[in-house]
Design a protein around this ligand. Structure first.
Ligand code: FE2
Length: 423
């Protein structure tokens, strides 16, 4: 396959990309055309590496309305509702919903997902189901699983044993939820024991951490400390970190430096944070998203996650990481050229780094995995939530989509709409 005349996210325009044996064989302007090769005219569209979702819940997705809808819209009612649904889950239904979501993901050019999986149900039905799904989707989607004690590893009886069983079964990452433990001290203890467990097993850590509007929720400080103490630098992720939104600026300035020193990765979930946080506020209502530009400025790797789609916590969503990045851009007011590029990176390269995907990126020798977007550059892709014209993995086309257009009937005006900025 030879893609002609594509733009790349780093700003190179009018490039050709040659794919041979599932890998990128050459990138450059006006490459020679080998015999008998499929030629795709990119027409100046953006060729991006695939989207990556660093934070998702594949065990809960597409369960909206089961057994009822979240009336208050809060995180805590969502957790309670998930608790009501858990006894009714079956493995077949879990697998079916997760596979359906993966279909949506592929169509949107989303080819790598880190999903948390609840380990508090001693049957570990969801773990078995998602391990099965991970194998099923392997040819087309990288799925990483996090052992997530939704009800608290100390608060929920047997959760630690279940979490260890899940890791024994092949779950990839150690999760946690310190702000949901019974006391602050128990939260601190949970961070320590889970980091020690990860160090013993040589696994990464990814905790739901300080998903709260309470500025006193400071478990990320402990997470940074334990990361340093155990030599886990670069392997630990703090997800959500919404309490940082409400923290005192002086304390936040100390904290961010500690996080950078520990080489923590940070994950914001813009759609969910803006929806679930600030629910106890009247006006003004807090946005609740963590301090994304400040974390990035300190050199911390920040990825954006979708977190939820049609589940007890969120009634919207469509596996569209451009929607996620667009919400992040708006909530964090990252409207500069550099800010928009950084938001695009947060759902592509930053997240690939966080997941440790070795074969990721548009470079010669890398796996031929990419998405052709109906936009000329990352900012335009974000503005238009661009159509995914072509989704390719290891040189094989996984999904095609017709260009979005509208046919106008306006006297004296063009028949076909052009969404681009006239230059
Ligand atoms: Fe989450």
């Amino acid at each position: 396959m030879l893609l002609r005349q594509v733009n790349l996210p780093d700003g190179r325009e009018g490039q050709d990309v040659l794919v041979q044996a599932g890998r990128i064989a050459a990138i450059g302007p006006q490459l020679p055309v080998p015999e008998g090769i499929e030629i795709i005219d990119g027409q100046g569209c953006l060729l991006s590496p695939p989207f990556v979702d660093v934070h998702f819940h594949l065990d809960a997705t597409l369960s909206y309305g089961l057994p009822r809808v979240n009336a208050s819209g809060t995180l805590l009612e969502g957790i309670a509702l998930w608790g009501e649904l858990k006894p009714q889950l079956t493995q077949d239904a879990l697998v079916e919903r997760a596979l359906s979501y993966c279909d949506w993901a592929v169509a949107k050019g989303l080819l790598a997902i880190r999903s948390h999986v609840d380990v508090c149900d001693p049957r570990l039905l969801a773990v078995e189901a998602l391990l099965h799904v991970k194998e099923r989707v392997k040819p087309y989607l990288d799925l990483q699983l996090v052992a997530f004690p939704q009800d608290g590893v100390l608060r929920s009886a047997g959760a630690l044993e279940n979490l260890q069983r899940a890791l024994d079964m092949g779950v990839d990452v150690v999760g946690g939820i310190p702000h949901f433990e019974r006391t602050y001290e128990q939260g601190t203890q949970s961070v320590k024991l889970l980091c020690e467990l990860a160090a013993e097993r040589g696994l990464p850590v990814d905790m739901h951490c300080d998903e709260s509007d309470d500025p006193q929720s400071r478990h990320v400080e402990t997470l940074a400390f334990e990361t340093q103490r155990l030599g886990l630098q670069g392997r630990v992720t703090g997800s959500h970190l919404t309490s940082m939104h409400s923290m005192d600026n002086y304390y936040a300035s100390k904290l961010i430096a500690l996080m950078a020193e520990a080489q923590l990765h940070a994950v914001a979930n813009p759609l969910i944070n803006i929806t679930l946080q600030g629910r106890h506020d009247s006006y003004p209502k807090r946005r609740g998203m963590t301090r994304v530009p400040e974390l990035m400025a300190a050199g911390i790797n920040v990825g954006f996650g979708h977190d939820c789609v049609l589940d007890p916590w969120y009634s919207m969503g469509s596996a569209d990481m451009l929607e996620v990045a667009s919400m992040g851009l708006h909530v964090a007011q990252m409207t500069s050229q550099a800010g928009m590029q950084a938001c695009f990176d947060a759902v592509t390269v930053n997240s690939a780094w966080l997941l440790g995907l070795p074969d990721y990126g548009l470079a010669v020798g890398k796996s031929a995995d990419f998405v052709l977007l109906q936009a000329r550059n990352p900012a335009e892709a974000l503005r238009l939530r661009a159509q995914r014209l072509l989704v390719v993995r290891r040189g094989q086309v996984l999904s095609r989509c017709a260009p979005a257009t509208a046919h106008l009937n306006l006297p004296g005006r063009p028949e076909q709409i052009d969404w681009r900025l006239a230059r």
